[in-house]
Design a protein around this ligand. Sequence first.
Ligand code: MG
Length: 386
Amino acid sequence: MSLQKIVLLGSTGSIGTSTLQCVRRFPEKFTIAGLAANRNVALLIKQIDEFRPQMVFIGDPDGVKKIKDRFGDTVTVLTGPDGLESLVRDTGYDVLLNALVGAVGLRSTVTALQLKKRVALANKESLVVGGDYITSLLDSGNGSLIPVDSEHSAILQCLAGVKDSTIESMILTASGGPFRNRQQHEFASITPEDALNHPTWSMGKKITIDSATLMNKGFEIIEAHHLFRLPYSQLRVWIHPQSIIHSLVEFHDGAILAQLGLPDMELPIQYALSYPERLPMPGKRLSLPQIQKLDFYDPDPDRFPCLRLCIEAGTAGGTAPVVVNAANEIAVGAFLNKQIGFNDIPAMVSFALERHTVRKADSLETIIEVDSEVRRSVLNNYLSRR
Ligand code: MG
């Protein structure tokens, strides 16, 4: 494979730093053309020093001067609302690795696809809110999309050499998060500190809360629906606390293929960057005799209503998933700020969904309009209803 120039959005987060670890491992295969970070100026400066990108974006406007003082004109520094867009549009590159958090990542995914780039997608919200629109872009020959999410990477790995017509279902596994064994009556007293303590994966705050509510798994169902073009009736979730089987594909002869590995995001990231090639990876190997036992069970719809909300919204289609995502982002923020309780997260999402009249989500403008309307009003409306 030839040298791949990468623009990495979210470079100082958990996916971002793991991506740079893969780049570091294969300097003859990957190089960094652009980096984007939100607030962590100190780490971004270290990354610029090591990877020497042409362009960077920093969300914190105070960071611009610090970066310029250090690197002068050797790197173009962008900030502000159009800065990110300009990084994605004007940097020369082959692959956009989008590890932004939230619906804010959609515009970058769309721009890169329109430029016919490969998008390695860790920002699942792009597909949750913009799935129909992105699908139409891909169908009209714009770029390609490779999942970074471990479940979807697992499915992609199981699909090598497979005919679409032989697929009966896809099963996404879920660790179940920190509350999989907690009784329903205890859910109301869950604190942000409890919810941020994930048993198997170390991730950013937003996705950790989404994992605790299973909203993350609901989003992943919507993501799988768009990525693999399978109806919701053929997508399932199994709780699997050890996070060793990353997902499974069931075929029409009853065979099931699964991808297994230690829970480490470097493999799905590296696979997305080198796809369809598979590159070596040093480090620990999975030993099933050491693990001895893998558990599975069905998710509990009463304790984890977010899963059902996502499937309902996905099935309704159009702007419904946009509402779920926006209400969830606001709810998670309010929960972390201790303005609402843990149970209010699904309650607020359900509240927003009930009040919304679903429309087609076939343009970026419609998606952004619905997204901002929900963000603006949902918390106040929800709180004043009580
Ligand atoms: Mg995942």
